[in-house]
Design a protein around this ligand. Structure first.
Ligand code: DGL
Length: 278
């Protein structure tokens, strides 16, 4: 098969990366996608760096055996922790994570050089967003907050109402309190689940704070990289392939129910193929 015709591999610890897949499909309607959610071992966000790296490499290995032309690490925790290891193992393959595009977008948006980042424990602890922002714009002050409970709320579908509001306020009031001039003017949603809570998060931090969703910026970065490498599938390559291939390591039923909300379109349990990677 000609290189451009091969599918794009997308992976996440579970269903969260479907928010990234959704943005990728909007940006690249002619591409075929294979998505793998490591639902048997989720969450990654509370695990050690060594374990996250081992899991992410196993998931990447499986997608590579399926003949993908690029790998999208659609998980902030895996991007923040395992991207160097994946790039090293698959040096010939374009590998794109969500951290660098999110950091770059935040720098463009921020006017007062104060950026807040929210993510899982592992993402915040590993410091990848802090480093990515510092590398591009050393003068920017970054406050990073781990918001682990928001992951569970998003999966439960509790994306508005009193619990979502109180939990979001508990996490986000400290970094956004203080004098207006010292408050961040930009907030990066550094976790696949947080776009589901975007409305409540926006209400909590106030409308003057710009929210950066790394799903959309990652999709744009993917298009640019594929174009540069001559790997973009265009209309002349044939009609757009209908549905992405969906793989999971456990629980087709739950993947379908929760995943439908994250993808923004219905997934049937029969559409989910279970794979064993451990
Ligand atoms: N996908 C993860 C992320 O974006 C959130 C879920 C998890 O912790 O596995 O960080």
């Amino acid at each position: 098969v000609e290189a451009a015709h091969r599918p794009i591999g997308v992976f996440d610890s579970g269903i969260g990366g479907l928010t990234v897949l959704s943005a990728l499909r909007d940006e690249l309607p002619h591409e075929q996608f294979i998505y793998l959610g490591d639902t048997a071992r989720l969450p990654y966000g509370t695990k050690s760096a060594a374990t996250i790296e081992r899991y992410a490499l196993q998931v990447a290995d499986l997608l590579v055996t399926r003949g993908v032309k690029a790998l999208i690490v659609a998980c902030n925790t895996a991007s923040a922790t395992a991207l160097p290891a994946i790039r090293q193992r698959y040096a010939q393959l374009p590998v794109i994570g969500v951290v660098e595009p999110g950091a770059a977008a935040a720098i463009v948006v921020s006017r007062n050089h104060r950026i807040a980042v929210i993510g899982t424990e592992a993402t915040v602890r590993g410091g990848a967003y802090q480093r990515a922002i510092a590398q591009l714009a050393p003068a920017v002050t970054v406050s990073a907050v781990a918001c682990q409970l928001l992951v569970a709320l998003a999966e439960e579908g509790w994306t508005d109402g009193v619990v979502a509001r109180a939990t979001t306020a508990q996490y986000l009031t400290p970094p956004f309190s203080g004098q207006r001039s010292s408050r961040p003017d930009t907030l990066v949603l550094g976790c696949t689940h947080f776009p589901m809570l975007r409305t409540v998060i926006g209400e909590t931090v106030g409308s003057e704070v710009e929210i950066v969703d790394s799903a959309v910026t990652t999709a744009r970065a993917t298009r640019e990289l594929l174009q540069r490498k001559g790997l973009l599938r265009t209309l002349v390559d044939g009609p757009a392939v209908a549905s992405p291939v969906l793989l999971a390591t456990d629980g087709a039923q739950r993947f379908a129910t929760v995943g439908s909300r994250f993808l923004g379109r219905a997934i049937a349990p029969a559409d989910v193929e279970l794979v064993d990677i451990s």
